[in-house]
Design a protein around this ligand. Structure first.
Ligand SMILES: Nc1ncnc2c1ncn2[C@@H]1O[C@H](COP(=O)(O)OP(=O)(O)OP(=O)(O)O)[C@@H](O)[C@H]1O
Ligand SMILES: [Mg+2]
Length: 302
């Protein structure tokens, strides 16, 4: 994968992380820089929610793995920094995470580990205090460190922590597409509405798609969507796109236990089928960027 790129070089070669990183830095300095404008940049999809536990990581990791299986070079970044669990859902054991990247111990590319179907992921780290509430300056450092990956992947999916943090706001300010995951419950819908409102404040042109997850049936999904849409059009004079709904399905809990995405483990299950359909959301293919996502995210912090 990524033949001829610096990626090849630094996934193999030197024995220790430090040696590999030093070698990488030396090579990166020596190598002639490709003109920025001609470098293809990854499309970036942010996955967020107002309330916690709505299923963001389940949805994000399944979309990532299905898109990778379809042949895209996909990177999943778990930006639920300090409380990460996307690696558990994918059954991978990253040695390094965003915390190591932030501390300058390894480069972002080195923190990326391979997952199912050629997907790569960077973990947000578990229990690292420095990552729980990164300052704008720390975020700027992280964005700078992640920027080189934009030219290594076709698609970067960012799985956020719940609610509105600096990190989520900066990502939303830079993103063209946001996938908002909520359940049908009124508390979850209300928090999703608050997040949608903030997304449109920091980025009036952002395109937002909503997934209703863990819903008992179609009637509940319809009624929840009608309420959400009604509030958004009444108070914000704009509405997001309804992407689809995913039933509450034990197949998801079983897949979490088995550390395998439900769309791979049980593709015929109702949730597996619904998430597979969501992974084909055409807006993901239509993401167009003028410049660097991480440059825009850095500017949003100032
Ligand atoms: N459609 C579903 N049916 C049944 N259970 C589900 C479904 N979606 C998610 N779950 C369950 O909900 C749990 C939380 O899901 P997930 O970790 O994806 O939520 P999250 O929004 O990422 O949470 P956090 O806000 O903590 O990051 C999962 O462990 C899974 O068992
Ligand atoms: Mg999560």
């Amino acid at each position: 994968m990524f033949k001829g790129s610096t990626w090849d070089f630094f996934r193999g070669g030197a024995r220790t992380a430090a040696a590999r990183d030093a070698a990488w830095r030396a090579t990166a300095k020596a190598a002639p820089k490709a003109p920025t404008q001609s470098a293809a940049r990854a499309r970036v999809l942010c996955v967020a929610s107002g309330k916690g536990g709505t299923g963001k990581s389940v949805v994000a990791s399944n979309i990532a793995v299905l898109r990778a299986r379809a042949g895209e070079k996909v990177l999943l970044i778990d930006f639920d920094a300090g409380m990460a669990n996307a690696h558990l859902l994918l059954g991978v054991q990253p040695k390094f995470d965003l915390g190591h990247v932030l501390d300058g111990e390894v480069s972002a590319a080195f923190a990326a580990v391979p997952g199912p179907h050629g997907l790569y992921m960077i973990s947000g780290g578990v229990g690292r205090a420095s990552l729980l509430n990164p300052t704008p300056r720390e975020l700027e450092r992280l964005f700078t460190a992640l920027a080189p990956l934009e030219t290594e992947f076709d698609l970067i999916i960012v799985d956020h922590g719940a609610g509105l943090s600096y990190a989520t706001l900066a990502h939303m300010a830079a993103a063209t597409e946001l996938l908002l995951v909520t359940t049908h419950e009124v508390t979850s819908l209300s928090d999703a509405y608050a997040l949608y409102k903030q997304a449109t404040v920091v980025n009036p042109s952002i395109h937002v798609g909503v997934v209703l997850n863990r819903v008992p049936d179609e009637l509940a999904a319809r009624s929840a969507w009608t309420r959400f849409q009604g509030a958004a059009s009444k108070f914000l004079a704009k509405t997001p796109e309804f992407i689809g709904w995913v039933p509450h399905d034990e197949a998801v809990s079983h897949s979490v236990q088995a550390r395998q995405p439900v769309t791979l483990r049980d593709p015929e299950s109702p949730a597996g089928q619904a998430i597979a359909k969501i992974s084909r959301w055409d807006a993901i293919d239509q993401i167009r960027r003028n410049g660097s996502f991480y440059d825009a995210a850095r500017r949003a912090l100032r």
